[in-house]
Design a protein around this ligand. Structure first.
Ligand code: GAL
Length: 462
């Protein structure tokens, strides 16, 4: 979890941007709900020196990268950096292809904790999984040789079936072309709609939330602790979607266990965006120690179409640590729709045709948006200075993951991570909800008194 400047600011990067953002992360409480990587994207360098080492642009970063890293570390944050496995980065700055050892050394010396590694200008070294794997592995080896732990985040847009080899060398891998700030609008610049289509050679740059979700569906289970499908940075707060659409986007990214990298300009953070991004009950799904993505159990096409001709509903479900289950009902149709899901369907992956033992249990249903922070409080926090904001957080008894991480909080079943109880599902029963157009309902299901026939695996017991 963290923040990256690209979606809202592109090449407009500077030392003051990173430092102001880090202050905002702390003051708004976002660091303490878990966002701790500050990731600088493209456009930060100024060529190479005579020895072949990347030079930071000292006009943009007058104190140099080491000082920026120190400053971030002092605030309990981690520093992410960007380069490309190509002769140039996508914005045509010096790339790291064939300079991997030098560049990994620079990153380690500067105190970098994370590398996003892009895919532009790769000199044609792609086209098969093996060629791409080998190109990305050179940097992995170079990073490891430095001895400094750095999260390695591949950004090759799902090309050459990254999900089949990413796990061997990286901690996350992008699954699609770049996201853009739209819920469902198809765009020619994101022509691939089906990740299993081998002829899909142009991952693109205008991929909607729905496009990315549909692409990742067949591979949702490829992420696991240590390596994750990356659905791209969040657009929450950038203005192109409604509140319901942003809630849906955030819920899906959390349930699919994508990295949660905020992509909005935090210097202008609105109260509405803060109350989406700081929801601990949804983040607890993302950070669940079992680390299993939801899987899609139903997709219905040709429901009422929206203005882009898109009209579908989807049901997603997945197991959580401690025997809980997450259920997500997605309405990507053009009008409000009633969606039902039976226990048989919700536990399909635990046994087909209703054979899963969970189907015979009774379940409590907790709405994960039920305790969203009140907007007036969020506004007060944003208007306050750092000390005052901290007080407001404490008074509100908001979840603080810096003090108690999600794993511990979940083990204790901290109420703030559970959502708001809104009902029950009887054994063999069905859950039904009215889901607004372009939105989701997302729930944590808790079994009442399981322990009879069903055995929770030791690993799941935490
Ligand atoms: C793209 C990448 C974006 C951003 C951009 C920078 O290839 O997918 O996330 O990093 O390059 O130029």
């Amino acid at each position: 979890m963290g923040w990256n400047n690209w979606n809202s600011l592109g090449c407009d990067v500077s030392e003051s941007l990173l430092l102001d953002t880090s202050k905002k992360l702390v003051g708004s409480g976002l660091r303490d709900v878990g966002y701790n990587y500050v990731v600088l994207d493209d456009c930060w360098s100024a060529g190479r020196d005579e020895e072949g080492f990347l030079k930071e642009d000292l006009e943009k970063f007058p104190s140099g990268m080491s000082d920026v890293a120190d400053e971030l570390h002092k605030q309990g944050l981690l520093f992410g950096m960007y380069s490309s496995a190509g002769e140039m980065t996508c914005a045509r700055y010096a790339g790291s292809l064939d300079w991997e050892e030098n560049d990994a050394k620079s990153f380690a010396n500067w105190g970098v904790d994370y590398l996003k590694y892009d895919n532009c200008y790769h000199l044609g070294r792609f086209g098969t999984p093996k060629i791409s794997f080998d190109r990305y592995k050179v940097m992995w080896d170079a990073l490891n040789a430095t001895g400094r732990p750095m999260l390695y985040s591949l950004c090759n847009w799902g090309e050459d079936y990254t999900h089949t080899w990413g796990m061997s060398i990286a901690n996350s891998w992008r699954m699609s072309g770049d996201i853009y700030d739209s819920f469902s609008r198809p765009d020619d610049l994101c022509s691939c709609v089906d990740a299993s289509n081998p002829h899909c050679v142009a991952p693109g740059s205008h991929c909607s939330v729905l496009n990315i979700v549909n692409k990742v569906a067949p591979y949702a289970d490829r992420g696991q602790p240590g390596g994750w499908n990356d659905l791209d940075m969040l657009e929450v707060g950038n203005g192109g979607m409604t509140d319901e659409e942003y809630k849906a986007h955030f819920s899906l990214w959390a349930a699919l266990k994508s990295p949660l990298l905020m992509g909005n300009d935090l210097r202008d953070l609105s109260a509405t965006s803060l109350t989406i991004l700081n929801n601990p009950a949804v983040i607890a799904i993302s950070q669940d120690p079992e680390g299993r993505s939801v899987a899609r159990v139903r997709r219905e096409l040709n429901v009422a179409k929206d203005k882009y001709g898109v009209g579908e509903i989807q049901v997603w479900s997945g197991s959580l640590s401690g025997g809980d289950q997450v259920l997500l009902l997605l309405n990507a149709a053009g009008e409000d729709t009633r969606i039902s899901a039976s226990l048989e369907e919700i536990f399909l992956h635990d046994g087909p045709e209703g054979s899963a033992p969970q189907v015979k249990e009774e379940w409590e249903v907790y709405d994960l948006w039920g305790n969203r922070m009140d907007e007036a409080l969020a506004q007060k926090i944003l208007d306050a200075d750092e000390k005052e904001a901290e007080k407001l957080w404490k008074q509100a008894n908001w979840y603080n993951a810096t003090e108690v991480n999600y794993k511990e909080g979940l083990k204790k079943r901290d109420e703030r991570l559970m959502g708001k109880k809104i009902g029950k599902i009887a054994p063999g029963g069905t859950w039904t909800a009215d889901v607004k157009r372009h939105s989701v309902e997302i729930y944590r299901l808790k079994s009442i008194g399981h322990g009879g026939k069903r055995k929770v695996h030791a690993k799941e017991e935490l």
